[in-house]
Design a protein around this ligand. Structure first.
Ligand SMILES: Cc1cc2nc3c(=O)[nH]c(=O)nc-3n(C[C@H](O)[C@H](O)[C@H](O)COP(=O)(O)OP(=O)(O)OC[C@H]3O[C@@H](n4cnc5c(N)ncnc54)[C@H](O)[C@@H]3O)c2cc1C
Length: 421
């Protein structure tokens, strides 16, 4: 997702400011920076802005969305035109949209649809292009969101430089002082064919969920009744289903399976007050209203097991649990493990130990993030490498924020290329 946002800027799409400086950016210390760059917002003095101190990413977040609600296409302060394209390529193992390709089929977003958009192609424009009568202020369902991301490359003319179905399998320092900074190997997922590349800059947008977490208990990978991913309730056979997790993905699975008539055992490490707080804080979302009402004692509820861990998965669907009051064995037809994932920093190993920051946000996602320079989002450890999306220090989960980091990143790259002549 963040990679796609960066790609649109690398491809030459540039915003200018239409009308007055938006009110949230109107502070006398900030507004002159925005005003001075009105014809090419990415030429803004990002270092000056970061010394105010305001994060350039916050500045672009507010330029994209000066207010919470969508107010019509004509009210966006940023207007777009295509200028000169840079020499770029994007490699991704899955189709555009990143992790959204893999979230449950009917999953609704946490935020309004238009917060999930890339600014060069507003979601309202996509709805209009598709003849869809949908409100960008509403939540958006996974299928529609992914359809939007899949439409972006064609709409913005990015497709020819996108290498879909390729994994970047190695990144190493370039070697010579005046040569390219990075040497990369990409491997085609379908047949293992490789290609080698060199680059002066790498935007590292591998996402927060590249390596799935493990329970590390017996049977986790060899019992046939276990799925490590949830898509839709009718994918899983049997009446008795256990969900292991406790975050938003597991909440979604437990709620949907319950409403499909299954008997759900929901196993979580966390204490009940922590889970109930998340549910209580999420009552603006229809699926959390539903989960609350299920747990609030409908006659047929979810069997929620708090402060409980799995000890082992035995033959015949027998799951051994360890709770406060000792061991318990539950018999099930199917188990779904949704315990989250971590970003993959293995590719950066050649640079030694990285300066990491323990990122957490209001939505309870935790991710180790790379420390960056405030004005450019360039890694403080690896010159020329820019963590994008949720991987950059202090970024929250929202697409709105991660998309906004792409502006200072690409502006910094552009400036460095220009200064080298
Ligand atoms: C269930 C869920 C609900 C969410 N709801 C919201 C919401 O409502 N609002 C909101 O703003 N945000 C939401 N988010 C957060 C946000 O949408 C995601 O975190 C966002 O998609 C992350 O974007 P990204 O570009 O950092 O990573 P990703 O979308 O994960 O993209 C990274 C891509 O890189 C690929 N990749 C990784 N390694 C390699 C490699 N070596 N070579 C090639 N490709 C590689 C990955 O397969 C992945 O496709 C949600 C997240 C989740 C999990």
């Amino acid at each position: 997702m963040a990679g796609l946002g960066a790609a649109s800027l690398l491809a030459g799409w540039r915003p200018r400011l239409e009308g007055a400086v938006p009110e949230p950016l109107g502070h006398p210390s900030l507004a002159p920076f925005v005003e001075a760059a009105r014809d090419d917002l990415m030429s803004m003095d990002m270092r000056g802005v970061s010394e105010i101190p305001v994060s350039p990413y916050d500045t672009f977040r507010l330029l994209h969305h000066p207010q919470r609600d969508y107010k019509g296409l004509e009210n966006y302060p940023m207007r777009w035109e295509r200028r000169q394209e840079m020499d770029w390529a994007l490699f991704t193992d899955v189709p555009p949209g990143g992790l959204w390709n893999g979230v449950p089929r009917n999953q609704l977003t946490l935020s309004p649809a238009h917060w999930m958009e890339l600014s060069a192609y507003p979601l309202a424009q996509f709805y209009a292009d598709q003849g869809k009568d949908q409100d960008p202020n509403d939540l958006i369902i996974k299928q529609d969101l992914v359809a939007y991301y899949h439409a972006v490359p064609e709409k913005l003319g990015l497709a020819s430089r996108m290498n879909e179905g390729w994994t970047v399998s190695s990144i190493t320092p370039g070697g010579s002082e005046d040569g390219p900074l990075f040497h990369l190997i990409a491997t085609r997922v379908s047949d293992g064919v490789t290609k080698e590349l060199s680059a002066n800059f790498v935007i590292y947008a591998v996402g927060p969920r590249t390596i799935k977490r493990r329970l590390d208990v017996p049977g986790e990978f060899d019992q046939p009744y276990i799925s490590r991913h949830y898509d839709h309730w009718d994918d899983y056979p049997g009446q008795r289903v256990m969900v292991v997790g406790g975050g938003r993905s597991a909440d979604w699975a437990a709620t949907e399976l319950h409403d499909a008539g299954r008997d759900v055992t929901y196993v979580m490490r966390q204490p009940d007050e922590r889970h109930l707080r998340l549910i209580g804080n999420s009552q603006h979302l229809p699926y959390y209203i539903r989960l609350q009402s299920i747990l609030d004692g409908e006659s047929r509820s979810i069997d929620a097991r708090y402060e409980t861990t799995v000890k082992s998965f035995e033959d015949g669907g027998r799951v051994v649990l360890q709770g406060d009051s000792g061991e318990d064995v539950v018999e099930v037809d199917h188990v779904i493990i949704e315990i989250g994932a971590q970003p993959d920093y293995e590719l950066l190993k050649p640079w030694g130990e990285l300066s990491l920051f323990e990122g957490r946000d209001d939505y309870r996602l935790q991710v180790p993030q790379l420390k960056v320079h405030d004005h450019s989002f360039e890694s403080i450890d690896i010159p020329g490498l820019y963590p994008a999306g949720y991987l950059a220090e202090n970024l929250g989960i929202s697409v709105l924020g991660m998309h906004a980091t792409c502006f200072p990143i690409v502006a910094d790259i552009e400036r460095k290329i220009a200064s080298r002549g």
